[in-house]
Design a protein around this ligand. Sequence first.
Ligand code: 0GY
Length: 310
Amino acid sequence: MTQATTGDFTKTPGWLDWYTGPSKPRFTVPAGAVDAHCHVFGPGAEFPYAPERKYTPCDASKHQLFALRDHLGFARNVIVQATCHGADNRALVDALKSSAGRARGVATVKRSVSDEDVQAMHDAGVRGVRFNFVKRLVDFTPKDELMEIATRIAKWGWHVVIYFEAVDLPELWDFFTALPTTVVVDHMGRPDVSLPVDGPQFALFQKFMREHANVWSKVSCPERLSVAGPKALAGEQNAYRDVIPFARAIVEEFPDRVLWGTDWPHPNLKDHMPDDGLLVDFIPHIATTAELQHKLLVDNPMRLYWPEES
Ligand code: 0GY
């Protein structure tokens, strides 16, 4: 794969481009595996980045995403609208339409979206909306507006994907637990993995999932959550080892409500860009049996995104 340029847009200073030569994973994902969290960026010359964006990425096209899918051994993608495209879902919809049914999508919409627009996105393969509460990524949207959107999209059988930081869960709890749809949490609600896995911060997230059977979690982004980083210690095998106890706890307690994704092309990483092949090799450390791996990578994403085939 070759790195694309970014059209007329100037990348955010210090932006790390995605890794162009990912290794072939040693872990073979099960047949029919779904990469359930990834993005497309532009290309900016064709699908301009949104004026309200908080970063300008490098381009990362649908062709490059599909090539990565094949290289890693996955069958399908769930493409999640990234904040650099705001509520302009054209790049996402174009990728879905080019996927021959092998990609579904999660869009970002505003209150002003029409039923016709929702239906057109549904026909292209969109199955959810994303509400982002990470303050460095988006401006604030009133919760009554988000609840109105959630109520409307529920009529299409869509779900809500939420992205937030663990410290904000207490304040967001009442809103999240009132959502009328399936709710999918990005990256386990971004726990601080330097805190104990059995401490109060992660316990609140586990309570959130335990008490609300409609809540699912992506056990994704060790490269984003890790403090230990990608280097294994002498005598240890694992990159991102500090994330393992958190992700494994969620997979083992909620095996039917977990999803996994690469997060390619990995927006906003500051220190290192992961080799996506090594990210796949992380999976057996968090889903330690063939049965758990099959649920995580095939059964669960198929039930949520391709229910007609599962
Ligand atoms: C992710 C994480 C990030 C960015 C976005 O939409 C986005 O811009 O989700 C982040 O910066 O933490 O899931 O891709």
